[in-house]
Design a protein around this ligand. Structure first.
Ligand code: ADP
Ligand code: MG
Length: 551
Protein backbone atom coordinates (compact mmCIF):
# COMPACT_ATOMS: atom_id res chain seq x y z
CA UNK A 1 0.00 0.00 0.00
CA UNK A 2 1.24 3.42 -0.75
CA UNK A 3 0.04 6.72 0.55
CA UNK A 4 0.97 10.06 -0.83
CA UNK A 5 0.04 13.63 -1.12
CA UNK A 6 -1.57 15.15 -4.13
CA UNK A 7 0.64 17.92 -5.30
CA UNK A 8 -1.31 21.08 -5.84
CA UNK A 9 0.87 23.76 -7.31
CA UNK A 10 -0.10 27.36 -7.65
CA UNK A 11 0.63 27.18 -11.36
CA UNK A 12 -2.34 24.86 -11.74
CA UNK A 13 -4.67 26.59 -9.39
CA UNK A 14 -4.19 30.10 -10.61
CA UNK A 15 -5.79 29.80 -14.05
CA UNK A 16 -8.65 27.89 -12.46
CA UNK A 17 -9.37 30.67 -10.02
CA UNK A 18 -9.28 33.09 -12.87
CA UNK A 19 -11.65 31.15 -14.97
CA UNK A 20 -14.11 29.54 -12.58
CA UNK A 21 -14.09 31.49 -9.36
CA UNK A 22 -16.95 33.67 -10.49
CA UNK A 23 -19.12 33.04 -13.46
CA UNK A 24 -19.72 36.73 -13.85
CA UNK A 25 -16.63 38.70 -14.80
CA UNK A 26 -18.23 42.00 -13.97
CA UNK A 27 -18.15 41.34 -10.22
CA UNK A 28 -14.42 42.18 -10.12
CA UNK A 29 -15.39 45.79 -9.50
CA UNK A 30 -17.73 44.87 -6.67
CA UNK A 31 -14.92 42.84 -5.04
CA UNK A 32 -12.28 45.56 -5.32
CA UNK A 33 -14.64 48.22 -4.03
CA UNK A 34 -15.63 45.89 -1.20
CA UNK A 35 -11.94 45.62 -0.28
CA UNK A 36 -11.53 49.40 -0.44
CA UNK A 37 -14.61 49.75 1.75
CA UNK A 38 -13.31 47.17 4.23
CA UNK A 39 -9.95 48.97 4.38
CA UNK A 40 -11.75 52.23 5.19
CA UNK A 41 -14.11 50.67 7.74
CA UNK A 42 -11.16 48.98 9.46
CA UNK A 43 -9.44 52.34 9.79
CA UNK A 44 -12.63 53.83 11.16
CA UNK A 45 -12.83 51.11 13.77
CA UNK A 46 -9.15 51.34 14.72
CA UNK A 47 -9.26 55.12 15.10
CA UNK A 48 -12.43 54.89 17.16
CA UNK A 49 -10.83 52.50 19.66
CA UNK A 50 -7.60 54.51 19.66
CA UNK A 51 -5.51 51.76 18.09
CA UNK A 52 -4.75 53.89 15.04
CA UNK A 53 -3.54 57.33 16.05
CA UNK A 54 -4.37 59.10 12.81
CA UNK A 55 -7.13 61.43 11.66
CA UNK A 56 -9.99 59.44 10.09
CA UNK A 57 -11.41 62.46 8.23
CA UNK A 58 -13.96 62.00 5.44
CA UNK A 59 -12.47 59.26 3.31
CA UNK A 60 -13.89 58.42 -0.12
CA UNK A 61 -13.17 55.75 -2.69
CA UNK A 62 -12.41 56.86 -6.22
CA UNK A 63 -12.81 54.91 -9.44
CA UNK A 64 -11.06 56.22 -12.56
CA UNK A 65 -11.01 54.86 -16.09
CA UNK A 66 -8.11 55.69 -18.37
CA UNK A 67 -9.24 54.50 -21.77
CA UNK A 68 -6.03 55.48 -23.59
CA UNK A 69 -3.78 53.55 -21.25
CA UNK A 70 -6.41 50.80 -20.87
CA UNK A 71 -6.39 51.10 -17.12
CA UNK A 72 -8.88 51.16 -14.29
CA UNK A 73 -7.80 52.71 -10.97
CA UNK A 74 -9.50 52.07 -7.64
CA UNK A 75 -8.16 54.34 -4.94
CA UNK A 76 -9.01 54.32 -1.26
CA UNK A 77 -7.90 56.17 1.85
CA UNK A 78 -8.20 53.20 4.19
CA UNK A 79 -5.66 51.39 6.39
CA UNK A 80 -3.33 50.44 3.53
CA UNK A 81 -0.81 47.59 3.80
CA UNK A 82 2.80 47.31 4.94
CA UNK A 83 5.22 45.16 2.97
CA UNK A 84 4.67 42.27 5.37
CA UNK A 85 0.93 42.61 5.03
CA UNK A 86 1.09 42.48 1.24
CA UNK A 87 3.09 39.29 1.54
CA UNK A 88 0.59 37.83 3.93
CA UNK A 89 -2.74 39.02 2.55
CA UNK A 90 -2.07 39.22 -1.17
CA UNK A 91 0.59 36.66 -1.87
CA UNK A 92 -1.15 33.95 0.04
CA UNK A 93 -4.14 33.12 -2.07
CA UNK A 94 -7.21 32.35 0.02
CA UNK A 95 -5.90 33.98 3.14
CA UNK A 96 -8.49 36.48 4.18
CA UNK A 97 -7.41 39.59 6.03
CA UNK A 98 -11.07 40.31 6.60
CA UNK A 99 -11.57 37.06 8.45
CA UNK A 100 -8.46 37.68 10.51
CA UNK A 101 -9.75 41.13 11.43
CA UNK A 102 -13.08 39.68 12.50
CA UNK A 103 -11.35 37.02 14.61
CA UNK A 104 -9.32 39.66 16.33
CA UNK A 105 -12.01 42.24 16.97
CA UNK A 106 -14.96 39.84 17.32
CA UNK A 107 -18.37 41.46 17.56
CA UNK A 108 -17.01 44.97 17.33
CA UNK A 109 -15.50 44.00 13.99
CA UNK A 110 -18.80 42.57 12.88
CA UNK A 111 -20.54 45.77 13.78
CA UNK A 112 -18.02 47.63 11.68
CA UNK A 113 -19.66 45.91 8.71
CA UNK A 114 -16.60 44.21 7.21
CA UNK A 115 -17.55 42.56 3.91
CA UNK A 116 -14.83 40.14 2.83
CA UNK A 117 -14.27 36.66 4.13
CA UNK A 118 -13.07 34.09 1.66
CA UNK A 119 -9.78 35.70 0.79
CA UNK A 120 -10.38 35.28 -2.92
CA UNK A 121 -12.09 38.49 -3.96
CA UNK A 122 -8.92 40.32 -4.87
CA UNK A 123 -7.95 37.72 -7.47
CA UNK A 124 -11.14 38.34 -9.38
CA UNK A 125 -9.21 41.32 -10.78
CA UNK A 126 -7.42 38.87 -13.06
CA UNK A 127 -10.68 37.97 -14.77
CA UNK A 128 -10.47 41.26 -16.65
CA UNK A 129 -6.85 42.38 -16.21
CA UNK A 130 -3.65 40.99 -17.70
CA UNK A 131 -1.60 42.82 -15.11
CA UNK A 132 -2.47 44.20 -11.69
CA UNK A 133 -0.55 46.70 -9.60
CA UNK A 134 -1.03 47.59 -5.96
CA UNK A 135 0.48 50.77 -4.59
CA UNK A 136 -0.19 50.99 -0.92
CA UNK A 137 0.82 52.88 2.20
CA UNK A 138 -0.18 51.70 5.64
CA UNK A 139 -1.52 54.01 8.32
CA UNK A 140 1.43 52.66 10.34
CA UNK A 141 4.60 54.63 9.91
CA UNK A 142 6.15 52.38 7.25
CA UNK A 143 7.26 52.97 3.67
CA UNK A 144 4.82 52.49 0.81
CA UNK A 145 5.14 49.41 -1.37
CA UNK A 146 4.43 48.58 -5.00
CA UNK A 147 3.30 45.08 -6.01
CA UNK A 148 3.05 44.03 -9.64
CA UNK A 149 1.75 40.75 -11.00
CA UNK A 150 0.93 39.69 -14.54
CA UNK A 151 -1.38 36.84 -13.67
CA UNK A 152 1.36 34.25 -13.37
CA UNK A 153 2.32 33.21 -9.85
CA UNK A 154 5.37 35.48 -10.07
CA UNK A 155 5.18 38.96 -8.73
CA UNK A 156 7.52 41.81 -7.95
CA UNK A 157 7.48 43.82 -4.79
CA UNK A 158 9.38 47.08 -4.46
CA UNK A 159 9.21 50.27 -2.48
CA UNK A 160 7.10 53.17 -3.71
CA UNK A 161 6.94 56.86 -2.94
CA UNK A 162 3.21 57.14 -2.26
CA UNK A 163 2.74 59.77 0.44
CA UNK A 164 -0.94 59.53 1.36
CA UNK A 165 -2.33 56.68 3.40
CA UNK A 166 -4.38 54.11 1.52
CA UNK A 167 -4.30 51.81 -1.47
CA UNK A 168 -4.44 52.24 -5.22
CA UNK A 169 -5.23 49.21 -7.36
CA UNK A 170 -4.37 49.55 -11.04
CA UNK A 171 -5.87 47.10 -13.50
CA UNK A 172 -4.29 46.78 -16.94
CA UNK A 173 -7.39 45.68 -18.76
CA UNK A 174 -6.95 42.65 -21.02
CA UNK A 175 -7.85 42.83 -24.69
CA UNK A 176 -10.87 40.59 -24.26
CA UNK A 177 -12.33 42.85 -21.56
CA UNK A 178 -12.11 46.31 -23.07
CA UNK A 179 -15.86 46.81 -22.57
CA UNK A 180 -14.88 47.69 -18.99
CA UNK A 181 -13.03 50.76 -20.26
CA UNK A 182 -16.32 52.41 -21.17
CA UNK A 183 -17.49 55.00 -18.66
CA UNK A 184 -21.09 53.95 -19.18
CA UNK A 185 -20.27 50.32 -18.41
CA UNK A 186 -18.47 51.19 -15.18
CA UNK A 187 -21.18 53.61 -14.13
CA UNK A 188 -23.75 50.88 -14.72
CA UNK A 189 -21.83 48.42 -12.55
CA UNK A 190 -21.34 50.96 -9.78
CA UNK A 191 -25.05 51.69 -9.71
CA UNK A 192 -25.94 48.02 -9.76
CA UNK A 193 -23.59 46.74 -7.07
CA UNK A 194 -22.45 49.70 -5.02
CA UNK A 195 -25.38 52.07 -4.92
CA UNK A 196 -25.85 51.68 -1.17
CA UNK A 197 -22.33 50.92 0.04
CA UNK A 198 -21.25 52.68 3.23
CA UNK A 199 -18.27 54.73 1.98
CA UNK A 200 -18.82 57.47 -0.64
CA UNK A 201 -17.67 56.37 -4.11
CA UNK A 202 -16.54 59.00 -6.58
CA UNK A 203 -16.71 58.45 -10.31
CA UNK A 204 -15.76 61.59 -12.24
CA UNK A 205 -17.17 65.00 -11.54
CA UNK A 206 -20.40 66.75 -12.33
CA UNK A 207 -21.61 70.31 -12.66
CA UNK A 208 -23.57 71.68 -9.77
CA UNK A 209 -25.68 74.79 -10.09
CA UNK A 210 -25.03 77.44 -7.45
CA UNK A 211 -27.54 80.04 -6.30
CA UNK A 212 -27.40 83.26 -8.32
CA UNK A 213 -25.50 86.06 -6.61
CA UNK A 214 -27.60 88.88 -5.24
CA UNK A 215 -28.52 91.52 -7.78
CA UNK A 216 -27.91 89.16 -10.73
CA UNK A 217 -29.90 89.91 -13.90
CA UNK A 218 -32.92 87.78 -14.91
CA UNK A 219 -31.31 86.30 -18.00
CA UNK A 220 -27.91 85.79 -16.41
CA UNK A 221 -27.21 82.02 -16.13
CA UNK A 222 -26.72 80.68 -12.62
CA UNK A 223 -23.07 79.97 -11.85
CA UNK A 224 -21.95 76.35 -11.75
CA UNK A 225 -19.07 74.50 -10.18
CA UNK A 226 -17.46 71.10 -10.71
CA UNK A 227 -18.05 68.76 -7.78
CA UNK A 228 -17.28 65.10 -7.10
CA UNK A 229 -19.80 62.80 -8.68
CA UNK A 230 -20.71 60.49 -5.79
CA UNK A 231 -22.64 57.52 -7.11
CA UNK A 232 -23.86 55.97 -3.87
CA UNK A 233 -26.07 56.72 -0.90
CA UNK A 234 -23.89 55.54 2.01
CA UNK A 235 -26.79 55.58 4.47
CA UNK A 236 -29.77 53.88 2.87
CA UNK A 237 -33.01 53.88 4.83
CA UNK A 238 -32.88 50.21 5.80
CA UNK A 239 -29.69 50.77 7.83
CA UNK A 240 -31.43 53.32 10.03
CA UNK A 241 -33.74 52.85 12.98
CA UNK A 242 -37.45 52.83 12.14
CA UNK A 243 -37.99 55.49 14.79
CA UNK A 244 -35.70 57.84 12.88
CA UNK A 245 -37.71 57.55 9.67
CA UNK A 246 -40.90 59.22 8.58
CA UNK A 247 -43.38 57.89 6.08
CA UNK A 248 -41.95 60.26 3.50
CA UNK A 249 -38.46 58.81 4.02
CA UNK A 250 -39.74 55.34 3.18
CA UNK A 251 -41.46 56.66 0.07
CA UNK A 252 -38.39 58.48 -1.14
CA UNK A 253 -36.25 55.40 -0.56
CA UNK A 254 -38.75 53.46 -2.67
CA UNK A 255 -38.22 55.95 -5.48
CA UNK A 256 -34.48 55.56 -5.05
CA UNK A 257 -34.79 51.79 -5.39
CA UNK A 258 -37.17 51.89 -8.32
CA UNK A 259 -36.57 55.13 -10.21
CA UNK A 260 -38.79 53.95 -13.06
CA UNK A 261 -41.72 53.14 -10.81
CA UNK A 262 -44.20 55.97 -10.58
CA UNK A 263 -46.88 54.42 -8.44
CA UNK A 264 -46.43 54.78 -4.69
CA UNK A 265 -46.29 51.67 -2.53
CA UNK A 266 -49.30 50.91 -0.34
CA UNK A 267 -47.27 50.40 2.84
CA UNK A 268 -43.90 49.18 4.07
CA UNK A 269 -42.48 46.75 6.59
CA UNK A 270 -39.16 47.51 8.24
CA UNK A 271 -37.23 44.35 9.08
CA UNK A 272 -34.68 44.54 11.84
CA UNK A 273 -33.35 41.60 13.81
CA UNK A 274 -29.96 40.72 15.24
CA UNK A 275 -30.64 37.44 16.95
CA UNK A 276 -30.43 34.51 16.14
CA UNK A 277 -29.39 35.90 12.77
CA UNK A 278 -28.67 39.33 11.39
CA UNK A 279 -31.13 40.81 9.00
CA UNK A 280 -32.30 44.27 8.09
CA UNK A 281 -34.42 45.47 5.23
CA UNK A 282 -37.56 47.18 4.08
CA UNK A 283 -40.33 45.45 2.18
CA UNK A 284 -42.96 47.32 0.25
CA UNK A 285 -46.43 46.21 -0.80
CA UNK A 286 -46.97 47.55 -4.30
CA UNK A 287 -50.42 47.71 -5.84
CA UNK A 288 -50.90 44.26 -7.27
CA UNK A 289 -53.24 43.29 -10.00
CA UNK A 290 -55.41 40.22 -9.96
CA UNK A 291 -52.82 38.46 -12.04
CA UNK A 292 -50.46 35.87 -10.60
CA UNK A 293 -48.03 36.21 -13.46
CA UNK A 294 -46.70 39.51 -12.26
CA UNK A 295 -43.01 40.02 -12.58
CA UNK A 296 -41.15 38.71 -9.57
CA UNK A 297 -37.49 39.16 -8.67
CA UNK A 298 -37.99 42.64 -7.44
CA UNK A 299 -36.70 42.24 -3.92
CA UNK A 300 -33.00 42.97 -3.88
CA UNK A 301 -30.65 41.03 -1.66
CA UNK A 302 -27.64 42.75 -0.10
CA UNK A 303 -24.82 41.68 2.17
CA UNK A 304 -23.45 44.50 4.26
CA UNK A 305 -24.85 47.00 1.77
CA UNK A 306 -23.25 45.25 -1.22
CA UNK A 307 -25.76 44.19 -3.85
CA UNK A 308 -25.78 40.43 -4.37
CA UNK A 309 -28.82 39.48 -6.42
CA UNK A 310 -32.40 40.28 -7.21
CA UNK A 311 -33.36 36.64 -7.18
CA UNK A 312 -34.51 35.87 -3.65
CA UNK A 313 -36.14 32.59 -4.52
CA UNK A 314 -35.47 30.10 -1.75
CA UNK A 315 -34.76 32.88 0.74
CA UNK A 316 -38.21 34.40 1.10
CA UNK A 317 -41.36 32.30 0.71
CA UNK A 318 -42.67 32.37 -2.82
CA UNK A 319 -45.79 34.40 -2.12
CA UNK A 320 -43.63 37.24 -0.84
CA UNK A 321 -41.55 37.44 -4.00
CA UNK A 322 -44.40 39.58 -5.30
CA UNK A 323 -43.34 42.34 -2.93
CA UNK A 324 -40.56 44.87 -3.49
CA UNK A 325 -37.75 46.19 -1.36
CA UNK A 326 -34.41 45.11 0.07
CA UNK A 327 -33.15 42.47 2.44
CA UNK A 328 -29.66 42.76 3.85
CA UNK A 329 -28.12 39.87 5.73
CA UNK A 330 -24.56 38.71 6.19
CA UNK A 331 -25.95 35.36 7.33
CA UNK A 332 -27.31 34.07 4.04
CA UNK A 333 -24.81 31.67 2.49
CA UNK A 334 -24.49 32.74 -1.11
CA UNK A 335 -21.89 30.46 -2.54
CA UNK A 336 -24.23 27.51 -2.50
CA UNK A 337 -26.95 26.24 -4.75
CA UNK A 338 -30.55 27.32 -4.40
CA UNK A 339 -31.77 23.84 -3.50
CA UNK A 340 -29.26 23.70 -0.69
CA UNK A 341 -30.37 27.14 0.44
CA UNK A 342 -33.92 25.94 1.01
CA UNK A 343 -32.69 23.25 3.37
CA UNK A 344 -30.30 25.53 5.26
CA UNK A 345 -31.34 26.09 8.84
CA UNK A 346 -30.46 29.77 8.98
CA UNK A 347 -32.28 30.45 5.74
CA UNK A 348 -35.37 28.65 7.01
CA UNK A 349 -35.37 30.83 10.10
CA UNK A 350 -34.98 33.95 8.01
CA UNK A 351 -37.82 32.91 5.78
CA UNK A 352 -40.18 32.28 8.65
CA UNK A 353 -39.16 35.51 10.36
CA UNK A 354 -40.04 37.49 7.24
CA UNK A 355 -43.36 35.68 6.92
CA UNK A 356 -44.18 36.47 10.52
CA UNK A 357 -43.28 40.15 10.15
CA UNK A 358 -45.46 40.49 7.09
CA UNK A 359 -48.38 38.80 8.85
CA UNK A 360 -47.93 41.00 11.93
CA UNK A 361 -47.87 44.15 9.84
CA UNK A 362 -51.02 43.18 7.98
CA UNK A 363 -52.68 42.30 11.24
CA UNK A 364 -51.85 45.67 12.77
CA UNK A 365 -53.06 47.53 9.68
CA UNK A 366 -56.29 45.59 9.94
CA UNK A 367 -56.71 46.34 13.63
CA UNK A 368 -55.67 49.97 13.58
CA UNK A 369 -57.44 51.16 10.48
CA UNK A 370 -59.99 48.75 9.20
CA UNK A 371 -61.43 51.16 6.66
CA UNK A 372 -58.06 51.74 5.06
CA UNK A 373 -57.34 48.02 5.08
CA UNK A 374 -60.61 47.34 3.28
CA UNK A 375 -59.76 49.92 0.67
CA UNK A 376 -56.41 48.26 0.02
CA UNK A 377 -57.79 44.76 0.03
CA UNK A 378 -58.22 44.48 -3.70
CA UNK A 379 -54.62 45.48 -4.32
CA UNK A 380 -53.10 43.13 -1.78
CA UNK A 381 -55.39 40.13 -1.72
CA UNK A 382 -53.41 38.19 -4.28
CA UNK A 383 -50.42 38.03 -1.93
CA UNK A 384 -52.48 37.21 1.12
CA UNK A 385 -54.60 34.56 -0.54
CA UNK A 386 -51.60 32.98 -2.17
CA UNK A 387 -49.77 33.04 1.16
CA UNK A 388 -52.70 31.41 2.93
CA UNK A 389 -52.69 28.69 0.37
CA UNK A 390 -48.99 27.93 0.49
CA UNK A 391 -47.71 28.76 3.98
CA UNK A 392 -49.41 27.13 6.93
CA UNK A 393 -47.92 29.57 9.45
CA UNK A 394 -49.18 32.49 7.42
CA UNK A 395 -52.61 30.91 7.08
CA UNK A 396 -52.99 30.71 10.85
CA UNK A 397 -52.40 34.43 11.23
CA UNK A 398 -54.09 35.61 8.06
CA UNK A 399 -57.32 33.83 8.90
CA UNK A 400 -58.02 36.62 11.35
CA UNK A 401 -57.63 39.47 8.88
CA UNK A 402 -58.35 37.96 5.48
CA UNK A 403 -61.43 39.66 4.11
CA UNK A 404 -64.38 38.22 2.27
CA UNK A 405 -66.06 40.97 0.30
CA UNK A 406 -69.72 40.62 -0.61
CA UNK A 407 -71.12 41.47 -4.01
CA UNK A 408 -72.50 44.62 -2.41
CA UNK A 409 -69.10 45.83 -1.32
CA UNK A 410 -69.07 45.12 2.39
CA UNK A 411 -66.17 43.22 3.90
CA UNK A 412 -66.26 40.48 6.52
CA UNK A 413 -63.66 38.35 8.15
CA UNK A 414 -64.61 34.72 8.12
CA UNK A 415 -65.70 34.88 11.74
CA UNK A 416 -67.94 37.86 11.09
CA UNK A 417 -69.41 36.17 8.06
CA UNK A 418 -70.12 33.03 10.00
CA UNK A 419 -71.95 34.96 12.71
CA UNK A 420 -73.98 36.73 10.10
CA UNK A 421 -75.18 33.77 8.08
CA UNK A 422 -75.22 30.84 10.45
CA UNK A 423 -78.96 31.08 11.01
CA UNK A 424 -79.97 31.46 7.40
CA UNK A 425 -77.43 29.54 5.36
CA UNK A 426 -77.09 26.13 6.88
CA UNK A 427 -78.10 22.92 5.20
CA UNK A 428 -79.78 19.86 6.65
CA UNK A 429 -76.55 18.48 8.13
CA UNK A 430 -75.77 21.76 9.79
CA UNK A 431 -73.04 22.64 7.33
CA UNK A 432 -72.55 26.34 6.79
CA UNK A 433 -73.12 27.08 3.12
CA UNK A 434 -71.19 30.10 1.91
CA UNK A 435 -72.35 31.40 -1.43
CA UNK A 436 -69.99 33.20 -3.70
CA UNK A 437 -69.89 34.64 -7.17
CA UNK A 438 -66.76 34.66 -9.28
CA UNK A 439 -68.07 37.00 -11.93
CA UNK A 440 -70.52 39.68 -10.98
CA UNK A 441 -71.83 40.31 -14.48
CA UNK A 442 -72.08 36.78 -15.80
CA UNK A 443 -73.70 35.46 -12.64
CA UNK A 444 -75.98 38.42 -12.18
CA UNK A 445 -79.32 36.58 -12.16
CA UNK A 446 -78.05 33.93 -9.76
CA UNK A 447 -76.79 36.62 -7.45
CA UNK A 448 -80.11 38.39 -7.53
CA UNK A 449 -81.97 35.15 -6.93
CA UNK A 450 -79.85 34.37 -3.90
CA UNK A 451 -80.13 37.89 -2.56
CA UNK A 452 -83.91 37.90 -2.75
CA UNK A 453 -83.88 34.75 -0.70
CA UNK A 454 -81.98 36.72 1.88
CA UNK A 455 -78.63 35.02 1.29
CA UNK A 456 -75.29 36.72 1.51
CA UNK A 457 -73.18 36.38 -1.65
CA UNK A 458 -69.43 36.87 -1.61
CA UNK A 459 -67.46 38.15 -4.52
CA UNK A 460 -64.40 35.98 -4.93
CA UNK A 461 -62.75 36.65 -8.22
CA UNK A 462 -59.01 36.13 -7.81
CA UNK A 463 -57.36 33.37 -9.81
CA UNK A 464 -56.54 31.14 -6.86
CA UNK A 465 -59.97 31.21 -5.26
CA UNK A 466 -60.94 27.63 -6.20
CA UNK A 467 -57.83 26.32 -4.44
CA UNK A 468 -58.21 28.62 -1.49
CA UNK A 469 -61.82 27.55 -0.95
CA UNK A 470 -60.77 23.93 -0.96
CA UNK A 471 -58.19 24.78 1.67
CA UNK A 472 -60.71 26.66 3.81
CA UNK A 473 -63.17 23.77 3.59
CA UNK A 474 -60.58 21.29 4.82
CA UNK A 475 -59.29 23.51 7.60
CA UNK A 476 -62.73 24.38 8.95
CA UNK A 477 -65.30 21.88 10.00
CA UNK A 478 -68.69 21.96 8.39
CA UNK A 479 -68.21 24.74 5.92
CA UNK A 480 -68.97 24.44 2.27
CA UNK A 481 -68.41 27.06 -0.39
CA UNK A 482 -70.92 26.99 -3.17
CA UNK A 483 -70.92 29.16 -6.24
CA UNK A 484 -74.24 30.96 -6.72
CA UNK A 485 -74.96 29.11 -9.92
CA UNK A 486 -74.56 25.67 -8.34
CA UNK A 487 -77.46 23.45 -7.40
CA UNK A 488 -76.70 23.20 -3.67
CA UNK A 489 -78.40 26.45 -3.13
CA UNK A 490 -81.54 24.34 -3.19
CA UNK A 491 -80.48 22.40 -0.11
CA UNK A 492 -80.38 25.40 2.10
CA UNK A 493 -83.02 25.64 4.73
CA UNK A 494 -85.37 27.94 2.96
CA UNK A 495 -87.05 30.95 4.32
CA UNK A 496 -90.80 31.31 4.04
CA UNK A 497 -91.90 30.84 0.47
CA UNK A 498 -93.21 33.95 -1.14
CA UNK A 499 -94.66 32.48 -4.29
CA UNK A 500 -95.81 34.92 -6.85
CA UNK A 501 -95.59 32.69 -9.92
CA UNK A 502 -98.70 32.64 -12.05
CA UNK A 503 -98.05 29.10 -13.27
CA UNK A 504 -99.74 26.11 -11.72
CA UNK A 505 -97.58 23.23 -10.49
CA UNK A 506 -98.56 21.23 -13.54
CA UNK A 507 -97.56 24.03 -15.88
CA UNK A 508 -94.28 24.38 -14.06
CA UNK A 509 -93.50 20.69 -14.53
CA UNK A 510 -94.22 20.93 -18.23
CA UNK A 511 -92.00 23.95 -18.60
CA UNK A 512 -89.24 22.22 -16.67
CA UNK A 513 -89.34 19.13 -18.85
CA UNK A 514 -89.22 21.05 -22.07
CA UNK A 515 -86.34 23.15 -20.80
CA UNK A 516 -84.48 20.03 -19.73
CA UNK A 517 -84.98 18.52 -23.13
CA UNK A 518 -83.57 21.63 -24.69
CA UNK A 519 -80.31 21.28 -22.77
CA UNK A 520 -78.18 18.43 -24.00
CA UNK A 521 -75.88 18.24 -20.99
CA UNK A 522 -77.69 16.32 -18.27
CA UNK A 523 -75.40 17.64 -15.58
CA UNK A 524 -77.46 20.77 -15.29
CA UNK A 525 -80.60 21.33 -13.27
CA UNK A 526 -83.43 23.64 -14.11
CA UNK A 527 -84.79 25.62 -11.19
CA UNK A 528 -88.06 27.39 -11.58
CA UNK A 529 -88.06 28.67 -8.01
CA UNK A 530 -86.44 31.81 -9.26
CA UNK A 531 -89.75 32.67 -10.86
CA UNK A 532 -91.12 33.29 -7.47
CA UNK A 533 -88.78 35.90 -6.40
CA UNK A 534 -86.68 37.49 -9.08
CA UNK A 535 -86.80 39.01 -12.48
CA UNK A 536 -85.32 35.87 -14.03
CA UNK A 537 -87.91 33.35 -15.27
CA UNK A 538 -85.79 30.35 -14.24
CA UNK A 539 -82.16 29.51 -13.54
CA UNK A 540 -79.93 26.69 -14.70
CA UNK A 541 -77.54 25.26 -12.12
CA UNK A 542 -74.68 22.82 -12.17
CA UNK A 543 -73.34 20.76 -9.27
CA UNK A 544 -70.45 22.50 -7.52
CA UNK A 545 -68.24 19.41 -7.70
CA UNK A 546 -68.65 19.15 -11.47
CA UNK A 547 -67.60 22.71 -12.02
CA UNK A 548 -64.60 22.34 -9.77
CA UNK A 549 -63.57 19.29 -11.73
CA UNK A 550 -63.53 21.37 -14.88
CA UNK A 551 -61.45 24.13 -13.31
P1 ADP B 1 -11.21 39.09 1.64
O1 ADP B 1 -11.71 40.45 1.30
O2 ADP B 1 -12.25 38.05 1.56
O3 ADP B 1 -10.46 39.06 2.93
P2 ADP B 1 -9.60 39.46 -0.70
O4 ADP B 1 -8.94 38.50 -1.61
O5 ADP B 1 -10.64 40.32 -1.30
O6 ADP B 1 -10.18 38.65 0.53
O7 ADP B 1 -8.51 40.36 -0.05
C1 ADP B 1 -7.46 39.75 0.69
C2 ADP B 1 -6.91 40.67 1.71
O8 ADP B 1 -6.08 41.65 1.10
C3 ADP B 1 -7.94 41.49 2.45
O9 ADP B 1 -8.52 40.77 3.51
C4 ADP B 1 -7.09 42.65 2.97
O10 ADP B 1 -6.39 42.30 4.13
C5 ADP B 1 -6.11 42.85 1.84
N1 ADP B 1 -6.56 43.94 0.97
C6 ADP B 1 -7.16 43.80 -0.23
N2 ADP B 1 -7.45 45.01 -0.75
C7 ADP B 1 -7.06 45.94 0.15
C8 ADP B 1 -7.12 47.39 0.21
N3 ADP B 1 -7.67 48.10 -0.77
N4 ADP B 1 -6.61 47.99 1.32
C9 ADP B 1 -6.07 47.26 2.31
N5 ADP B 1 -6.01 45.92 2.32
C10 ADP B 1 -6.48 45.26 1.26
MG1 MG C 1 -12.52 41.04 -0.47
Amino acid sequence: MATGKINVSVENIFPLIKKFLYSDHEIFLRELISNATDATLKLKHLTSIGEAKVEYGNPIIEVKVDKDQKRIHIIDQGIGMTEDEVKKYINEVAFSGAEEFLDKYKDAGKEAGIIGHFGLGFYSAFMVAEKVEIITKSFKDEPAVHWICDGSPEFTLESADKKERGTEIILHVADDSTEFLEDSKIRGLLVKYNKFMPIPIKFGTKKETLPKPEGAKEDEPAPTQEVDNIINNPEPAWTKQPTDLKDEDYKSFYRELYPMQFEEPLFHIHLNVDYPFNLTGILYFPKLSNDLNIQKDRIQLYQNQVFVTDNVEGIVPEFLTMLRGVIDSPDIPLNVSRSYLQADGAVKKISSYITRKVADKLSSLFKNNREDFEQKWNDIKVVIEYGMLTEEKFFEKAEKFALFPTVDGSYHTFEELEAKIKDTQTDKDGTLVVLYASDKEAQHSYIEAAKTKGYEVLLMDSPIVPHLLQKLETSKEKVSFVRVDADHIDNLIKKEDTAISKLSDEEKDQLKTSLENAIADKGYTIQLEAMDSTASPFIITEPEFMRRMKE
